[in-house]
Design a protein around this ligand. Sequence first.
Ligand code: SOE
Length: 399
Amino acid sequence: MSIQTTSTRPLRVGMIGYAFMGAVHSHAWRSAHRFFDLPLVPELTVLSGRHRDAVEAAADRFGFASVETDWRAVIERDDVDLIDICTPGDLHAEIAIAALEAGKHVLCEKPLANSVEEAERMAAAAEAAAARGARAMCGYTYRRTPALTLARELVRSGRLGVIRQVRAQYLQDWLADENAPMTWRLQAEHAGSGALGDIGAHIIDTAQWLTGQSITGVTALLETFVTSRPLAGERAGLGGHGEVGEDVPRGQVTVDDAAMFMVRFDGGATGVFEATRFALGRKNALRIELSGTTGALAFDFEDNNVLEFFDGAGPATEQGFRRILVTEPDHPYAGAWWPPGHGLGYEHGFTHQVVDLVRAIAAGQQPTPSFADGLAVQRVLGAVATSAGDGSRWVPVGG
Ligand code: SOE
């Protein structure tokens, strides 16, 4: 572990939303400069949410200096440099475009938007803002999991040869209980889509980024297994257990519970994707496997410090997947943290995201994933929905 010295110039953060993503982003903003040498020190300046008591309690817990109950007031403030959007997707476009037009940097949670049309407007706003020095990043955080960053380095250095097949899954089980309560994540007007946009988006981004190839077409199936959910109940994690009984009102689920699709990539690879919140026993299994002509890689977030690598270069008698524990000082990001072997968790990807964003802002460079990268994922999400709606015909992804 190396505690770094950092500049004293601040980067003043205004965060909008304070639930799951607000909590993990706040942790990242607080801890990044304590472990990494940063050119700007993040300050938690203001937290915004609609309900004053709740947002004040969250600001107190997360360490924000002040609160606002209208996000527009955050954007108007002169003491804010960056807007961090941790709201449901239906607010992303409006907030991000207003913030960029006001000259603020923006970090926006994924998926970038709820529709391709919104994502196109956001990407255009980001491009215009970049010319004025404002930067925009979309939060496909898993790119900053050290084992996946290492995987990309191996692909880029040619260790896999030509990638022919991608197997990608994102498996969770917090909806397997058919009486888990209703949430905004199950309402199309707030979330845009279900498992597809919430977790399928991550494997789409991870696959395109890892392979360096863009998805050009899809054929898809979307399924909703449980079409109504109790409107009241005990929440636990993302799910929980709702009140059950004839008198208990239930709300309509308007998104997919599971998404399955096959894809073609522009570099010749093919892929099979699955995103579901009904995979009983799988809690946060973002899994990806790449098969190339000279090597292969496999990763599972439930064992997130490990990357499996098959190197086709050695003698056939000694070949096999080997488990690389990605916790050595020379591994991506790992050297800033604990001694070898002590491992990182879910929150560290968010901290690394802050590190790379702050460094890009200070250097006047475009951070990645950009809003254009977010739009590329959105186009795949749109094509999946179109294909599923049309009974799985092949639908080209527009560009
Ligand atoms: C955020 O990056 C996110 O995609 C959440 O929105 C999901 O619900 C979570 O399970 C994975 O991370």
